[in-house]
Design a protein around this ligand. Structure first.
Ligand code: SF4
Length: 326
């Protein structure tokens, strides 16, 4: 029950004057202390809206987000300031997320000054060593254009860590890096969250990177979480047809066992005017008549939840017959 909990039933994103889209709908989960939770889904599935809402940049129109037990909606000015210090973000694009005119040292001192923390050179050197930019002193006065993509992302990670946060929100943090750099930055993130005891929500469209760093995975499709399970359970035995498609599309780094495809067939539906029913049904190879009704999230074993009619027992199927059950 630490950090975030119960981000449930909120509606987001306004299109035009009177058309609304539930970009994030019925999402509910808890991020515990020292836990790394991955949110995976294709582009347009609501991951970024979820992240912005968790940051307090969007107000949910239903449900609430709690941090350390307190709803964000009830924060006063000092609680917001503490939240901004304790919850930091790593952006997808290291090339645009750092001010090109600021040296590494200035970039890292800025959040310390904003949060009235001691902006000493010693603290800057410490955090540069944590992100393995060595020798740290050599990086202090470098400008972003003097850094590689991987070094820039390490500076972004250092900027997120410098205020000693409890929670990191990572938005596709390696997707703009070349493959060889991705592995080293993923290793760094994995080591740092363990060593520093920081919790993280890691958002990505790439199941292989999510699987590498996360303890738990939540699979999102068109604004809803359709499957949630511990990482290895989900990768070894995906239950939801969308998760199965995602897992089967992960590239295998072995030339003798290549897969036919590395993306799933079809496109994510237009979120406007979706109506009721399973949102994956247009792409689902297992679609049934009952899929015109909305499946609700149900427990599947001790550690997993799945929102799919294939995995309901008969009694539950009857119970969830009403549309909008989620
Ligand atoms: Fe496929 Fe139906 Fe399950 Fe949706 S509810 S994933 S359409 S089987």
């Amino acid at each position: 029950e630490k950090y975030f909990s119960r981000s449930s039933g909120f509606l987001d994103s306004l299109f035009g004057s009177d058309e609304y889209v539930k970009a994030v709908d019925g999402v509910s989960f808890t991020l515990d202390e020292n836990e790394v939770v991955g949110v995976i889904g294709e582009s347009g599935c609501g991951k970024t809206t979820l992240l912005k809402t968790l940051m307090g940049l969007h107000d949910p129109t239903g449900g609430e987000i709690r941090y350390d037990g307190t709803p964000l909606s009830s924060f006063d000015r000092s609680e917001w300031k503490a939240f901004r210090r304790n919850v930091q973000i790593i952006f997808q694009d290291p090339f645009n997320s750092i001010d090109p005119k600021m040296s590494v040292q200035e970039t890292l001192k800025e959040p310390l000054k904003i949060h009235d923390m001691e902006a000493s050179e010693e603290r800057i050197l410490d955090v540069l060593e944590q992100v393995e930019l060595n020798p740290a002193r050599n990086y202090l006065n470098r400008l972003p254009q003097q850094l590689s993509g991987g070094e820039k992302q390490r500076v972004s990670i250092a900027r997120a860590l410098v205020t000693e946060p409890d929670v990191i929100l990572a938005d596709e943090p390696v997707s703009m890096l070349d493959v060889s750099t991705q592995a080293s930055v993923l290793n760094l993130l994995s080591d740092l969250t363990t060593e520093l005891g920081v919790s993280m929500i890691y958002i990505s469209h790439d199941l292989s990177t999510v699987g590498y760093v996360c303890d738990q995975i939540k699979v999102m499709y068109l604004g809803r979480i359709v499957e949630s399970a511990p990482t290895q359970t989900l990768l070894d035995d995906p239950k939801h047809p969308y998760t199965q498609e995602l897992v089967s599309a992960v590239p295998i780094p072995d030339p003798h066992h290549q897969r036919d495809r590395t993306s799933i067939e079809g496109a994510v539906a237009d979120p406007i005017g979706l109506g009721s029913g399973c949102r994956f049904r247009d792409r689902c190879p297992d679609r049934m008549d009952i899929c015109e009704k909305t499946p609700m999230n149900v427990e599947h074993g001790a550690e997993r939840e799945v929102a799919c009619h294939l995995h309901y027992d008969h009694e539950r199927r009857v119970q969830t017959g009403a549309d909008g059950a989620s």
